[in-house]
Design a protein around this ligand. Sequence first.
Ligand code: GLY
Length: 397
Amino acid sequence: MIGALTAGTVASVAVADRLVVAGAGAVGAAVAWAAARDRLAGEVVLVDPDPGSGASRVAGGMLAPISEAWPGERDVLELGAASLARWPALAERIAEDAGTPVGLRREGTLQVAVDSADVADLERIAEHLRAWGRGVERLTGREVRRREPSLGPAVRAGIAVPDDLAVDNRRLLATLAAAGRARGVVADGRRVTRVVDDGARVVGVSLDGEVLEADRVVVAAGAWSAALHPALADRVRPVKGEILRVRARRSSLPPPTRTVRAAVSGRPVYAVPRDGGRLVVGATQYEAGFDPDVLVGGVRDLVADVERVLPGIADYALEETAASFRPGTDDNLPLLGPVGPSGLLAATGHGRNGMLLVAVTVDALTAVLRGDALPAEAAPAAADRPDVASGPAARVR
Ligand code: GLY
């Protein structure tokens, strides 16, 4: 929803050092804004026919590295932690340029358990957090309910992770659009169908057949990135997710103020607060290609699982259901920086962590655009790392 950007058409004239960013989700819009802010190109063009309409629009907005990664995925966790640490400063810089806040929330996360297997999982998560020096507090069911009275009697235990953040994804998209505009990012409302190179270096992007010349191209097209250049083929795949957006009514129990996460019958579920008594409830996860439909079964599972934890939610208004596609990679790390011909840069493959990893992605891409190497914390996510050969089924979680 970054309609605030005037999505025109960039004339196909040569501009010294033009940077094209393909994809105006949170990652692409943030990279374009930062590149323009730091004057890292003669012109920054952000190309997207429907800005902010993909996974960024459907995101929960949790900035919570532990709960979105397997504890064994050390590199994913480290990258997420590095990004979380960068988020407050990033939010301030975007807000300064946009003139409005991005909607960062600091209430933290409550991870709760409803059966004995979940209680064991909680202990494991708590140990990882402690080993990392992150603040974490073990809570009984009663203590959890004292903090969040909307949690129901099925909740047996919990851990509080006060350092986690959350961001209003749609407000962030609007704010990034305003910040990009303030810094002179040029919006082009066409679709990049492929990146064009001469065998050695990038020469432009094809926009439905017409070539827009460019010296460098950042592919930030999320789940759609693989089709844009052979160097990215098979590196990113769609991982479908469905969410609900609900609103507490006057008669309802007030919603939680913290992000609430749980595993119910082995299925992860989360409820992330938004202003106005709203919650984003998510998310299903399927390897189903680009199937755009919200399925009845997906909604049923989300409602059943979240109701177990927040029983009062049955009285909330169901305002929206939505589906989109996380950009999955075989090792659950994003693809950042140079790949393939000179001038081609990736900022994609962020999987479940797109919002969280915006901050570290901005730093990684601006370093590369400045001519530096990928920063050390982003090195495991280097886009030119060897591909992991594993089938999609191995990656579902
Ligand atoms: N990060 C939330 C999700 O992928 O569902």
